[in-house]
Design a protein around this ligand. Sequence first.
Ligand code: ADP
Length: 377
Amino acid sequence: MTAMREALDSLLIAAMAAADGDAAQVWLLDTNPPESLTLAASRGLADGALPPSVPLAERPLDRQAIAAGFAAAATGTPILDGLAPDIRTTLCLRLGSSDRPLGTLHLYTSRSLPIDPADFGRLRAVADLGAIALEAARQAAELEQVEARQTQFIHVTTHELRSPIAVSQTLVRNVVKGYAGPMTEKQQFVFSRISAQLDMLEMLVNDLLDLAASRARGAASEGPVALNGPVGRAVLLLQPRAEEKGVAIEYRACRDEIVVKATEEGLDRILINLVGNAAKYTPPGGRAIVGLCQTGDEVFVTVADTGIGIPAEALPHLFEEFYRAPNARSANITGTGLGLAIVKELVERYHGTISVESAVGQGTTFTVIFPAYHLEP
Ligand code: ADP
């Protein structure tokens, strides 16, 4: 449920409870001319009881409520006949301040006027709190839209960058191999540097694409996935290169199938980043140990290494985009500083947590905890 829907539903429930209402509605103001009120949420009234949107001029009660902040209309006979149980009184309150009205809150009751002043007081308080919640939800929705546009921009631009980088890489590699004629040692050196920079650029573009993918909401739908697959795959994929470097990767595999709610692709990204880092930041002769286990309702994935470690002052920044600890930079280990931001985004999306313990020169342990997914027996 969106934050706005949640705020609207809570407001209706609270309003009906505050003044013993039989039905309630929230109408939101659209200030684009011609000004209109749109029915945003309704409780206790039949669907379609009122038109979904009406010009403000046609609802004098609301105009009055928006101007004065409060109005009550009562008739001896039921109003909204047939739409709700015996409604006799409408209480109508402005939502938001007079200089920034958001709309109106309507409470319908089968009681006749006068309404208990204590009910008015409670309803006013509910309307004020509700308006704050609605404003916050609206801002959150706007922010989400801006973020989605940003993510889309990153996705499109990085995608477009991919092929020129790949073509340049091939050309430069061919030149280095001598296909364009013999080169002096100096030229060899310069072209090798260019090639390394292009590798770095490719890594950055791939990480940015991963970041955009991990942020894109509503992409692949989540479902039960056995974590054993992605953990085992990451170890198998990264083992050869780690061994070449002199780093052993051990996998303490568990025999049981451990299931979480996620996407296979997202879990692969998490594991490849964490295990890849463990191998990358561990000097030759060291080890990386990957563990997977379940305790009750929690699933634990641990990736420990005997590598360079992370200074204590770097730990709070580790999951920020583009952050790299000073010892990683000074050791000239290449990286973009995006991997852990991607990991955190994905872990949280799957309702998990990630934590890190580290000691410089001794090693690092990342622990990811996911809620276990219980398959139907
Ligand atoms: P990078 O591409 O730089 O590896 P990450 O986002 O994956 O980016 O990691 C951010 C930083 O966290 C790294 O630059 C490094 O300083 C530190 N880091 C991550 N994993 C480890 C590890 N296993 N051991 C030591 N430092 C690590």
